[in-house]
Design a protein around this ligand. Sequence first.
Ligand code: RB5
Length: 155
Amino acid sequence: MIALGCDHGGYNLLGEIRGMLREKGLELRDFGAFSEESCDYPDFALGVARAVASGECEYGILVCGTGIGMSIAANKVPGVRAALCGDCFSAEMTRRHNDANVLCLGARVTGAGLALKIAEIFLETAFEGGRHARRVAKIADMEVHLLGEVRPENV
Ligand code: RB5
């Protein structure tokens, strides 16, 4: 299952991506936005990020104007490794080396043809594991330690 989310800036591009994923027969869960009306990207990043972090969805795709706000917001959720990609090489490498589980795209930066290709590569590329698994595990450790540090008794 793939979680999808966008704000008004990413609405049209996410529509094209949704169409491509449906044609491939993939199961989708849509977290909105459901129109081009102005809205706040963190609201949609949160829904997608939670669905991925909980394991309900294997991957997430988030689209806003630049992809930057979505990636900042999604990466606040422990367990999420969101990667903003504007080229095919980065999309491949972030799956192979970072085991990224959320792809962020900037609709005002990346054209639809390229964005569709990036999404395809992201979803079809496997994590390499090995030394990269050790590094990804260190990111998970950071989350545990940092969450400990922001507990009220430590503030
Ligand atoms: C909305 O105008 C825009 O700020 C948003 O889509 C995104 O680019 C934020 O990072």
